[in-house]
Design a protein around this ligand. Sequence first.
Ligand code: MG
Length: 399
Amino acid sequence: MARTRVALAGSTGSIGTQSLEVIEAEPERFELVAVGATGRDPSALVAQVRRHRPTVVAVTDPAAAPAVVDALAGVDVEVRAGTDSMASLAELADVVVNGVVGFAGLDVTLATLDAGRRLALANKESLIAAGPVVQVSRRTPGAELIPVDSEHGAIHQCLRSSSDHHSVARLLLTASGGPFRGRSIDELSSVTIDDALAHPTWSMGPKITVDSSTLMNKGLEVIEAHELFGAPAGDAGYGIGFDQIEVVVHPQSIVHSMVEFTDASTIAQLSNPDMRLPIGYALAWPDRIGTPFGRIDWSTLGRLDFEPPDLEAFTCLGLAFAAGRAGGTVPAWLNAANEVAVAAFLDGRIAWVDIPSVIESTVAAHDGAPATDAASVIDADATARRVASALLDRTAALR
Ligand code: MG
């Protein structure tokens, strides 16, 4: 059997490095053909190329490219530099893992689908911000979108238990609750960057870890679920509306999400929290890899708890539901405001409790522009960033 050719976009990040572990575990199944990164961590990228020997490496930051080229002198690899270089990798592969952080992953998402390839999508922001545009690209012959997000990978697996796309009653997205689960609004006013980065169950990059602490990650995942599974029931979709997507807090992160069918049967997918499982699932789909990442030891598992989210202390979840229902470029504004606010929090410019305030005020200023094509979404993202940055400067000045 021919090996699956894999390209990794965002190869030096958390998803990228874990994808390499999956590929390395199953060399008879996967062939790494290309890696791409900003190049801001050139030594990590160079080390990946030397160890895994892809045929092409993309470096999107032009300033970083010379150092990578120099370090790879004598290594048989093509170096592609420039902002479009990562998106160009799609042509080389059967499946592209999009592990880029944030809205910057949009071009890889669109290029992969437009090339009729399988997209293993960890970059949820591109799907959320550009939903209407991504849906068009998804219809390209040969294009497939398999989520790498653990919750959506779980739902993807649960949905396979029924061939009838009209039979889904609810999607139940589980949330760990993050490091601040159970804290009151008062207690949340004094949390620090280190507190927010101390995730209880998952090991992830800083942006998504802060998103988990605010529950914005779950909010974005609600919109992501709607984009992935919400198309009218038929070949492509399951007709899931926002009223049929519920968030359940499950602190152990063992049940990765559930699907309730019309007969009240609820199907869940369980494993220990390990991103290599959903990565391997997306890479091997419709088959399964043979390496058991996240295998459960039932003799020590203990209990599984479930509780409703605290929507008053964690307002980002409600903001995301509202933005998802509004549609158009409102999710792009929500996502852009969140990226700006989280970056400012990580820089120490604003407090954790300011994150939802900046997002809410930004989205309230939405200009009503529709999401007609990639350019309109990129415009919306840029406009929302300007609005959010201005609001943030005022917020920071008050601190
Ligand atoms: Mg997730």
